[in-house]
Write a protein that binds this ligand. Structure first.
Ligand code: GLY
Length: 399
């Protein structure tokens, strides 16, 4: 495919064709190739509009058409390079490759300042991790190992988890806090343990996942956003929320991080309790989806249906459930998670959720931090990242 020669007209046609072809019920199969082409065309259009390599697409608010950008220290900085790596993986286009490298390398600067949150996995595994997977490179390898070592410094052996938000210890009086999102950062530690790191990287990741299974995961397999622990004896004090509707509610993206994280932990360890947790988190998520198939930002917001959706939660859950369907042995369960993932992707691939020519992103209708009043009904770069990742996973499964 001569991706770089796509003109603006060709892009519009591609978007229109993609949208029309997906106006069907969500249970029907998705045209994976067509949607991947759509993502690549939009990636190239964004890529060609960017100048500074350390200014990274983050969000687009309703009514805006172009990406608002952030610097390398934001937790979302790895997603744009990650999108470029996936677009390169799909297309083989060397101009996209050059841009993937260009937008990955400035992120090294994150390691020049003292670690102040757990997001190193998001930042480095999406960017350098995908880069090293597709184009093995000793410099990338070393950056990943340094990032894993830095992440490991946040581990508290008394508690058995990584500290997510150091700043919240004083601000919220949360002596040691761990959020469900942190499950995703464990992939960097698992990678390090197999690629020149130590057994300690593996042990921290496993212990973190085990502790969260007993604290962040509730007995009904919904999840807290934040677990607060005592630092003297390490006990679990309470589960609370930060980005969800209430301490007791099921924040949609948190549940999606859990599905994705525990599936990945089973892949890396073979521990059956992680697989069982991933399945039960997915079962709750699937059983509580609204009629149109895309979650509201929090499953327990009493304003439903008069509140916002979260396309990012749908995309993360879809990618996680595709992995899960490849891990379970039982054929019925395998089909259940694959069908649920395809249904999410199919709905996201309709004109209601595709940004088309409305803005530069792939998707509309994500909710970032509703209690904070930010990124409500917006396009957000991690929704795009996981949507593209899920399409790529589906394509590999189809092959
Ligand atoms: N990791 C932060 C979020 O999901 O919004």
């Amino acid at each position: 495919m001569k991706i770089m020669k796509l003109s603006a007209i060709a892009l519009s046609i591609l978007i229109a064709v993609a949208s029309c072809s997906t106006e069907k019920k969500t249970t029907e199969a998705i045209d994976t190739k067509k949607m991947l082409d759509y993502c690549i065309a939009k990636t190239v259009a964004t890529m060609n509009s960017l100048t500074a390599a350390d200014s990274l697409p983050r969000n687009i608010y309703p009514g805006q058409t172009r990406w608002n950008k952030v610097g390398i220290h934001y937790w979302t900085s790895g997603f744009w390079p990650g999108i470029l790596w996936y677009a390169y993986e799909v297309s083989g286009d060397t101009t996209i490759l050059a841009n993937a490298q260009k937008f990955t390398e400035p992120l090294q600067g994150v390691l020049d300042v003292p670690v102040d949150n757990h997001d190193l996995g998001f930042i480095f595994y999406c960017s350098f991790g995908n880069g090293n997977r597709l184009k093995p490179d000793s410099a990338y390898h070393n950056v990943l190992l340094t990032a894993a070592d830095s992440l490991a410094t946040l581990y508290n052996p008394k508690v058995g988890t990584i500290l997510s938000w150091p700043a919240m210890r004083a601000k919220m009086n949360w002596p040691h806090n761990t959020i469900i999102d942190n499950m995703i950062n464990l992939e960097l530690l698992f990678w390090a343990s197999k690629n020149g790191g130590t057994q300690n990287h593996y042990d921290i990741a496993v212990k973190h996942a085990e502790t969260c299974m007993k604290t962040l995961v509730r007995s009904d397999y919904t999840t807290f956003h934040v677990a607060v622990f005592d630092t003297i004896d390490g006990h679990f004090i309470k589960g609370v929320t930060h980005q969800g509707y209430a301490d007791s509610s099921m924040w949609a993206r948190g549940q999606a991080w859990g599905i994705y994280g525990y599936s990945m932990c089973f892949r890396e360890t073979g521990k059956p309790e992680f697989l069982e947790t991933a399945q039960k988190l997915a079962d709750v998520f699937i059983s509580r989806l609204p009629e149109d198939g895309i979650p509201y930002w929090d499953f327990d917001d009493p304003a439903i249906p008069n509140t916002t959706k979260d396309a990012s939660a749908a995309a993360i859950a879809a990618s996680g459930m595709l992995e899960l369907s490849g891990l379970v042995k039982d054929e019925v369960a395998k089909a259940k998670y694959k069908n649920a993932a395809v249904a999410l992707l199919a709905k996201l691939s309709t004109p209601e959720y595709l940004s088309g020519d409305k803005n530069q992103a792939f998707l509309l209708h994500s909710t970032g931090h509703r209690p904070n009043g930010t990124e409500i009904d917006a396009s957000i770069n991690y929704a795009d990242y996981y949507y593209l990742e899920a399409l790529l996973r589906l394509k590999k499964m189809e092959n």
